[in-house]
Design a protein around this ligand. Sequence first.
Ligand code: ZN
Length: 344
Amino acid sequence: MKPPMNFKALPKIDLHLHLDGAIRVATMAELGDELGIKLPSSDPKVLAKFVQVDRDCRSLGDFLKRFDVFYPLLPFARTQERIAYELCEDCQRDNVIYFEARFAPALAANVKFTMEDAVVAALEGFRRGQRDFGIRCGLILCCYRSISVQENVETVKLAHRYRDRGVIGIDLAGDENQFAAAPHAEAFALARKLEIPITIHAGEGGHPEHIHEAVFTHGATRIGHGVSLQRDPELLKAVRDRGTVFEICLTSNLQTCTVPSLAAHPFKKFLDEKVRVTLNTDDPAISNITLSDEFALAAREYQLKPAEVRELLLNAAQAAFGEKSLRDDLAAKIHFPAGDPTGD
Ligand SMILES: [Zn+2]
């Protein structure tokens, strides 16, 4: 029998990670006390039952309801900075050498705390976190399907304004089955004009046409999830030939019922057909996972070979939205430590 794979020992990269989905439960409880915001419990063990989901298949709606519990904590500099800082620590503990975290400034703002305040606070947390934990990261700002196009244009302008201070890309998040991307074309046209890299959540549970639109109309070079690509072989060939990168999040897809089981997930099919796939956590605190967990899960379920694990990691290094020098540096750091931890 092969020894278990030690994925914690591998230097890893997480490209699809939501800042608000990464908040530690203990931190939620403390912030609730500090900010005077009532949560279902101030005991992290009890609170966890309200905000975390297990591996049972539920629904996207049930999954997203968990966020409502702690959303009142978000529009505060103290919160944004602390989540960003602690995420650096959590990633360093899991041997994630680089991550790109994302959040929607419009959903973390209110009348007293602007979208720009939220971006400044998160970037400050990353600045201190990178310094203290010797890790590197970038911030992706999410446009949102259900808000106004003006707010999304403002989000792109913010990304441009803070590009030399750590913002590296633009995303589109929200429920793709209820809200089309098309009304927000102006925001993505501006992002393309300003040469801000684009990733878009598409094909998570929605039609493959959403992936087509994201790539060929809005200019996404990366797709969040893209599970429904399996239903359109022509599109699969087109995005493979174009080199579009797919940010796969296995546990998240199970918990939101995007797929009924890992066996039904197209991850391995994409890998076999040479689509550029990466493995990511999505919402590690809500799902109660680490990136090492996700690699272990994939390796077990799909019998990944060492070369495939390496390919996943290299794909992530090459698809990072940071500078070319950063991508080269990350690719050089992807290696299997002596003794081959995959046991092959
Ligand atoms: Zn996501």
